[in-house]
Design a protein around this ligand. Structure first.
Ligand code: FE2
Ligand code: FE2
Length: 324
């Protein structure tokens, strides 16, 4: 069975929200490149306002884009990476995601938010501490124990890419910022390709494989969390969900997203992103300050960790001792 495809070339035409669902790994390898930012009006970034909610989301999104190499580190130790088509995809994917984070950071800097990108990334990673290693080991062990691990991973990949591009679409709509719209529209094109790869690969694995379908559904209902959770706290995840999706259009977007994932074999009727939104709403209902206080108080700085200072993890001891 399986293969994430020989030359994965699946043509299922346009899906119902207009994403071109054809994907060829050979074409992707040839065409993969950093997001083209030529002609973006960078000098006009600060001419239009961004709300606190917009800024909160941009920091969250940048941090998660910049965290991709660590997600990759979890995947490369799994049985899924015995497949050369998957590793070819991941090699290109990792590079493309790097430039998403870089450009969102650039936009924030030009808007006047000051931070050093490398320090921020290093602090986010250092804050994960021991938990990161435990997580890598458990993912690795789980993958070798579970024959259909790839089905779960590929489906999660599809959900995450689709929720990322849906989130960018929502931020374009919320912010009404012309330069941000231009940048995110370009990034969304990459995310669509990532989504097409994962969706088609998951579909291929799940088709006619009832055992994989059952495990996939069971695991998604128990282990899946929205993009960024783990790196970000529950309240931060809720703040993003509430700001972007807690209106009619947002809720509709998430229901549509779930419906798309529900088209995968065995996942009919599954509710993931919409369920996460309802859970976030419930937490805000119980405590109206929940999530909103992070946005209102501009809680988006990343504080350095108390244990494992960044210098110990990055080889920047010299710099630190020079400044102390
Ligand atoms: Fe991205
Ligand atoms: Fe992506």
């Amino acid at each position: 069975m399986l293969g994430l495809g020989q030359d994965l070339m699946i043509r299922s035409g346009l899906d119902f929200v207009g994403v071109d669902m054809s994907f060829s790994i050979e074409r992707y390898k040839e065409e993969s490149k950093k997001v083209d930012v030529a002609g973006i009006a960078w000098d006009e970034v600060s001419a239009n306002p961004l709300s606190k909610g917009d800024l909160f989301c941009l920091h969250y999104m940048m941090d998660i884009e910049n965290h991709v190499p660590l997600y990759l580190s979890h995947l490369l130790v799994t049985r899924a990476c015995m497949d050369p088509i998957l590793t070819a995809f991941l090699a290109c994917w990792n590079y493309e995601e790097l430039w998403h984070g870089e450009n969102i950071g650039k936009l924030l800097n030009l808007y006047g938010v000051e931070f050093d990108t490398q320090d921020r990334i290093a602090n986010v990673r250092a804050n994960l501490g021991f938990q990161n290693s435990v997580s890598i080991l458990s993912t690795m062990a789980g993958s070798w124990l579970m024959k259909d691990f790839s089905a779960v991973y590929l489906t999660i990949g599809a959900i995450n890419e689709l929720s990322t591009l849906t989130g960018y679409g929502a931020l374009i709509r919320k912010s009404g910022h012309p330069v941000l719209r231009d940048l995110l529209s370009r990034i969304i094109k990459d995310e669509r390709r990532h989504y097409a790869f994962y969706f088609n690969s998951a579909k291929e694995w799940l088709s006619g494989n009832e055992r994989a379908q059952k495990i996939d559904r069971w695991m998604l209902n128990r282990v899946w969390v929205p993009v960024g959770q783990g790196v970000k706290r529950q309240e931060e995840v809720d703040a993003l969900a509430i700001y972007l999706f807690d209106d009619e259009q947002g809720e509709e977007d998430l229901l549509e997203l779930d419906a798309k994932i529900g088209k995968l074999p065995g996942l009919s009727g599954i509710k993931l992103m919409s369920k996460a939104l309802y859970a976030a709403r419930e937490r805000v209902r119980r405590n109206p300050r929940w999530a909103w206080r992070l946005i209102e108080n501009e809680v988006w700085a990343v504080t350095p960790p108390r244990k494992s200072p960044v210098g110990q993890l990055t080889g920047r001891r010299l710099q630190e001792s020079e400044t102390s």
